[in-house]
Design a binder for this molecule. Structure first.
Ligand SMILES: [Zn+2]
Length: 222
């Protein structure tokens, strides 16, 4: 059997947008709450001057734990509803992974340990948590005809059985098929080849190259 390749598109635009809105509609307030947490943390960490101007002295923790739980329950429901092995559209996959990761980061912040968050995820999933093959956050340097470019390799966006242990690598970003070294798919090699092909197709104008190598900011885990 041929290993799955990342899908650029596997549904029509309206259907994808409907799916994304339906996911948001499952818990809009809880999502807005964990998004506010993500924004506050980001501004405090990266732009202290802006945090001061916006009068953000510290992360507001009120209601955060309940919101994070609700988002994790909602994401799990969406994943269970679609089923293990289902390949998601990349936008749906990234939305779900981002929502999940923001909720997890809220729990990391509140409990100062990832083990607690893992226990919550396992409990919410009644012992069978699911994750999305989204690929790493970290960018990878690839030498191309236009020089060394960096971009994050992509997963296959399929739903897979998550780790249940509360230690070590608790948040896998690759399914078994894509897992570097042991999987059948070779995501790093494919990523490098795809990047080189695109550079060859577009020529070596750096401004053109930049439009597809800019960092992915919307990813859920890494
Ligand atoms: Zn995969």
């Amino acid at each position: 059997m041929r290993a799955p390749q990342p899908r650029v598109c596997n549904g029509d635009h309206d259907d994808i947008e409907r799916q994304r809105q339906a996911i948001r509609a499952t818990c809009p307030e809880a999502l807005a709450r964990v998004e506010r947490f993500a924004l506050e943390s980001f501004v405090l960490e990266r732009w202290p001057g802006l945090a001061q101007a916006l009068e953000i002295g510290e992360v507001d923790e009120a209601g955060l734990e309940d919101a994070a739980d609700e988002v994790l329950r909602s994401v799990h429901g969406q994943l269970v509803g679609r089923g293990e092995g289902e390949v998601l559209h990349r936008l749906v996959a990234r939305d779900l992974a981002r929502h999940r990761w923001r909720a997890l980061e809220a729990l990391f912040h509140l409990h100062a340990a990832q083990k607690y968050a893992k226990e919550r995820v396992v409990e919410i999933a009644a012992g069978r948590p699911l994750a999305i093959c989204i690929g790493p956050r970290a960018q990878r340097p690839t030498s191309t005809a236009a020089g060394v470019l960096t971009a994050a390799p992509q997963g296959c966006y399929s739903i897979f059985a998550d780790q249940t242990r509360g230690s070590g690598k608790m948040w896998p970003v690759w399914c078994d098929t894509c897992k570097p070294r042991t999987g059948r798919r070779k995501p790093h090699r494919d990523h490098d080849r795809a990047l080189r092909r695109r550079v060859a197709a577009l020529g070596t104008n750096p401004s053109v190259v930049w439009t597809f190598t800019r960092p992915r900011l919307d990813q859920g885990a890494g």
